[in-house]
Design a protein around this ligand. Structure first.
Ligand code: ZN
Length: 423
């Protein structure tokens, strides 16, 4: 089976789709495929049922910076295909893509099923929810001419009508236009993120909020309302991202919610539309979910290492779940047998001790802990440092205040940010 990978840095969407279809289609990622020995441009076009439309080949050449369609592809190298991959909503291709035309939807369906029959893909999009949309069906006329000649670069979170700048492959969180420091992921209220200092310039951070997508994580109850771990971990992580970006860091929000920016409400609505960097669907299976995230991080880590940017850190944030009466202060896990990770976790711990002594006074000592733990993301990532933060016990009334009150969410994010700013 040919190796298919949906790579993180291919967030290029054909603005030709902007007029047709919805936001998700406009920002859908392009598929990447690893070439095998003997592959040429036209053979790979053939295999993916794209060869009949010259526009597909034109886009392939453009996406991969290749001059001629007679070029031999390099075995083992990944190439971007003029095929967008997006999350199928389980009900219809038309509502998934925002394209009303019945015939177009049938064409897309048939294309996906044809590749399945051919063995080019091994999953049925209705099950895997991974819908492939070939360029020609939406963007080319019947003579195989692209209605708009070449694709533009675009980032996933672009709001309709909001012009977005190209997300450089390793530039971290994208802005809406060059250096305007407007980050759509934070939502309108917090998008504008002024540069406060450059103390984190050259430092790379991968922020992982726990769970997400089909997995809400642990759930607690407060005043009859369900608190979902993934929503609160997401909001604290998003606030941490903003802290790091405001100090000049390069930071990646690995789990991403297309329509929840930073939220100030106490009760954050549980939903399951989170995706991961590159607009990829979050798998149901836990191992696959964790593997997907670490693969993304490791690919970026490798790229930044190649650029000599080795100061790279993973921070994963969760909310723990224990017996209702158990109060649990923020505590830390670090990558086993990794001194740099231990030192970082100890430093975070120290900051929390100081902050809580100020906030709580001697009467209520901070009791958070630092321990090594063989957790998947800590073990499987290759960054210089990796720590895992548990924000408290989602079942406990007292601890719930730490996540329900926005100022507390902000305080925790700031403290973790300050610890990460240590020289
Ligand atoms: Zn968790």
């Amino acid at each position: 089976m040919r190796f298919i990978l949906i790579t993180i840095f291919l967030i290029i969407s054909g603005s030709a789709t902007a007029q047709q279809g919805n936001e998700a289609l406009r920002s859908a990622a392009f598929l990447s495929v690893r070439a095998t020995g003997g592959d040429q441009v036209h053979t790979i076009m053939e295999l993916y049922g794209l060869a009949d439309f010259a526009c597909n080949t034109a886009v392939f050449l453009k996406l991969n910076g290749i001059k001629s369609e007679h070029t031999h592809l390099t075995a083992g190298k990944t190439y971007k295909m003029p095929i967008q991959s997006m999350k199928y909503n389980g009900s219809s291709i038309r509502s998934t893509t925002g394209i009303d035309d019945w015939k177009t939807a049938v064409q897309i369906r048939d294309y996906n099923h044809a590749l399945l029959r051919k063995g080019v893909r091994d999953d049925d999009f209705t099950e895997s929810r991974d819908l492939w949309i070939p360029w020609h069906i939406i963007n080319c006329d019947k003579n195989g001419k692209t209605k708009k000649s070449t694709p533009d670069t675009k980032t996933p979170e672009a709001k309709p009508g909001k012009k977005v700048t190209p997300a450089t492959a390793y530039g971290g969180e994208p802005t809406t236009s060059d250096n305007n420091r407007v980050f759509p992921i934070f939502g309108d209220k917090y998008a504008k993120t002024p540069l406060i200092s450059s103390k984190l310039k050259g430092k790379i951070f991968y922020l992982v909020s726990g769970h997400g997508g089909p997995d809400p994580g642990a759930r607690g109850k407060r005043a009859g309302i369900t608190l979902c771990e993934d929503e609160y971990a997401y909001d604290v992580t998003l606030r941490l991202l903003r802290y790091l970006l405001s100090h000049g860091a390069t930071a990646y929000m690995i789990v991403r919610d297309p329509n929840d920016g930073i939220r100030d409400q106490n009760y954050l609505k549980c939903d399951n539309d989170e995706v991961v960097w590159g607009n990829k669907t979050v798998p149901q299976n836990q191992k696959a979910r964790l593997g997907q995230r670490t693969d993304i991080i490791n690919a970026l880590t490798e790229a930044h290492n190649k650029r000599g940017e080795e100061d790279q850190t993973v921070v994963e944030i969760h909310v723990d779940s224990r017996g209702k009466s158990t109060e649990t202060d923020v505590f830390f896990y670090y990558r086993p047998n990794d001194e740099a990770s231990l030192n970082l976790a100890l430093h975070m711990h120290q900051i929390f001790i100081e902050k809580y002594n100020q906030k709580r006074g001697p009467s209520r000592r901070y009791s958070g802990t630092v321990t090594s733990r063989d957790l998947y993301t800590l073990r499987e990532t290759n960054t210089h440092k990796a720590v895992y933060v548990e924000l408290g016990n989602i079942q406990n009334d007292w601890d719930q205040q730490r996540i329900v009150l926005k100022n507390n969410r902000q305080a925790v994010a700031n403290w973790i940010g300050q610890a990460l700013s240590k020289k």
